[in-house]
Design a protein around this ligand. Structure first.
Ligand SMILES: [Zn+2]
Ligand SMILES: [Zn+2]
Length: 430
């Protein structure tokens, strides 16, 4: 049973409810394009994960089969007092490992490169919760290895991992204030807002997943203070709506420094040192700009109303696409979703360009719309011939492409087209 797949519709409903509350109260906690960028990163993470989850799965399975200390059959995890105590131990054990994985994700450069994606949003709402990395599979499995070495059954660990992730969803909101003693025991909206802050006082604090007790135990706890309002985001802003760049940004900065430093020790060491550390020679030649939090401005390239509506409409198509891909993957496996995933990724990339209002964005989007029909033809004829026999599939694809072309023309005509250059042009100079 895939608990996360079951939770997704509830996530989407809660998100819509929070959005409605935001509009009703006029709090301004949601910006459409920012939320779309966060959800695009989440969509990318989910679909990319279908291809990369094999890495931790194989390593964990190997560790369990060959090095497990205790052979714990699944029957031990029943509803008896002992069984429930074992479930509880697995939950707490996973949360403990999560604390260290998350702490490593902030304090070691190469791990931060993966985790930074979750922190780049300068807003804070339920869409931020779904803003997840696509490259976490490379290293984060290391931190959970002890549980497999102890011998917990994989079914149990998959379940407690899912419950841990599902729990963390609700804390990404500004609509819940302080909760008294709960804020000191559990991860809550208040103490997790601190975790998403870029204020000096709040940096590298509150790493917990379910229990914030770990932070209190290991000296990384910080309460949210009325005197220090949270400024959300990261010190080096992403300044882009491109979900691919969101995943590559910190790797690119580290690569830049590694290339430009002279000492081999630093070329290798930079990846594994404390986050923020730079080789002295590179830091002298390319000094890092220091941000001014008092005058902090959110990244917001101007986008006309028509174009914004077009982006929202196309994003809803992407959401339908990712839900369809999820079902297809569960039924037919990887081969059936390869082309749909490629189409979806180009779709998300194009929405990023449109959101940044790049001069060539409309032309790229047109190219994408023209490519949909041949791509669907190829995908269905090669991997899923059954789909090509569905009578409405071709009219639907044609209608989508033609309707989108028309909508794009109207959206860009009504003042949504290229406008003044923005500061979104990226440079890999830190
Ligand atoms: Zn974090
Ligand atoms: Zn978070």
């Amino acid at each position: 049973m895939d608990l996360i797949a079951i939770a997704v519709p509830f996530f989407l409903l809660a998100l819509l409810a929070e959005l409605a509350l935001d509009r009703l109260r006029g709090t301004g906690y949601f910006r459409a394009v920012d939320a779309i960028n966060s959800l695009s990163a989440g969509t990318l993470s989910t679909t990319f994960g279908y291809f990369t989850r094999i890495v931790p799965t194989v390593i964990w399975a190997y560790a369990l089969q060959n090095f497990a200390i205790i052979d714990m059959p699944m029957e031990w995890f029943d509803l008896s007092a002992t069984g429930l105590a074992l479930w509880f131990a697995a939950m707490v054990g996973w949360d403990f490992c999560y604390y260290w994985a998350h702490r490593g994700g902030h304090e070691i450069s190469i791990l931060w490169a993966a985790h930074a994606v979750h922190h780049q949003s300068e807003d804070y709402n339920l869409s931020t919760a779904l803003r997840q990395t696509s490259t976490g599979f490379i290293f984060s499995w290391i931190f959970y290895l002890p549980l497999f070495l102890i011998g917990f059954p994989p079914e149990v660990l998959i379940t407690v991992n899912a419950l841990n992730l599902i729990y963390q969803f609700w804390v990404h909101t500004r609509f819940v204030g302080k909760l008294g003693w709960l804020d000191r025991v559990f991860v809550t909206p208040s103490n997790h807002r601190v975790h998403h802050a870029q204020n000096q006082l709040y940096i590298d604090r509150n790493y917990g997943g379910i229990l914030v007790l770990w932070d209190r135990l290991f000296g990384t706890f910080q309460e949210e203070l009325d005197t220090e309002p949270v400024v959300f985001g990261v010190r080096k802003p992403l300044a882009s709506w491109n979900p691919f760049w969101a995943n590559l940004q910190v790797y690119a900065y580290l690569w830049f420094d590694a290339r430009h430093t002279r000492r081999w020790r630093d070329k290798i060491g930079i990846w594994f040192r404390r986050t923020g550390w730079r080789p002295p020679d590179v830091d002298t030649i390319y000094p890092k700009a220091t941000g001014d939090l008092a005058n902090f401005r959110k990244f917001e390239p101007p986008v006309g109303t028509g174009l914004r509506r077009y982006i929202i409409g196309q994003f809803l198509v992407a959401v339908a696409g990712v839900l369809w891909i999820g079902e297809r993957y569960a039924e037919q496996g990887l081969a059936a979703i390869t082309t749909p995933c490629l189409l979806l990724w180009v779709h998300l990339f194009s929405l990023g360009l449109l959101s940044e209002n790049r001069a060539f964005a409309s032309r790229f989007e047109l190219l994408r719309l023209f490519a949909v029909l041949p791509a669907v033809t190829l995908a269905t004829s090669v991997w899923t011939p059954a789909v090509s026999n569905v009578p409405w599939i071709w009219p639907a694809v044609l209608l989508y492409s033609a309707g989108s072309c028309l909508a794009l023309a109207l959206a860009t005509k009504s003042g949504g087209g290229p406008v003044a250059p923005t500061d979104s042009i990226k440079s890999v100079t830190p």
